[in-house]
Design a protein around this ligand. Sequence first.
Ligand code: ADP
Ligand code: MG
Length: 301
Amino acid sequence: MENIENVIDKVDETSLAHSFYDACSDKVFKDYIDGLNIEESILMKYTSSLQDAFLECKNCKKCKGLDTCKNENKGYVYTPNKMKNTINFSYDACEYEKERIKSDAYKDNLDLFEMPLDIQNATFKDLYKGSRSRIPILNYCKEFMTKYLKGERVKGIYLTGSFGSGKTYLIAALFNELAKKDIKSVSVYFPDFLTSLKSSFNTNFGERINYIKKVPLLLLDDIGAENCSNWSRDEILGPILQYRMDNHLPTFFTSNLTLEELESALSITSSGVDKVKARRIIERIKQLTETLELISESRRD
Ligand code: ADP
Ligand code: MG
């Protein structure tokens, strides 16, 4: 008499074969299965997963882009892969997703601290639609890129202008363009950066300062909006600027204040008034940058 386990195995196989051949009555599914080049005896064990994979593959054929993706994981397609005598299923990036990953690779060269994430998408193309007052700034950015990429020394920008005029966006567009040429940059929202540095005294304070000092391109965003103290001016800002000046590392600033206004802001701290120390900072900024002004209506909602 036949062993009961063998009988159960045979019944299972028959039912697997049954649902497999049933699924194969759909000609398009059958074509898909044939295209996999896997033996039927293996395929049969995975009918339900193969049907899922087939549906996802079918969605992809009609798909026009990531926005209209119908698959379970947006941009990914459930795919069968033959391993010895089994099939392993994985989620593979579709062509649109692969393109997106490739075109976003430059973002790895951008380090943003407390900055709005959407500035990673700022481009010069958008900027040209703006007012004519941007032209001298855009020309300088172009000159900066050409010279920097040739390895020539070139100053950063002290970009002053009213709140919301698009200063941060403009420098971001420049950094993004350079990131696409594999140049690394750090952009820090300066007031918040100072606050967070203070709380990192016992951890990675030195490491962070060194990182900011040495990065190829640096933006100190919204300088002058911080609560200036002797510490932030003389122990943080001063040494960072001195190091970058000595090593010809381009440094950018945006500010609602003109350099003269920044000088007054930096001279007054809760410890008193120190015009000499403020002057020293301004001299370093002047060494490091061209001053340019952005005149524009606020672009903020
Ligand atoms: P600022 O730094 O001068 O205060 P922002 O650069 O933050 O101004 O710009 C204000 C708002 O306008 C932001 O939301 C920014 O994303 C948007 N913005 C600025 N310039 C442009 C531009 N050229 N195209 C599209 N959006 C812009
Ligand atoms: Mg800004």
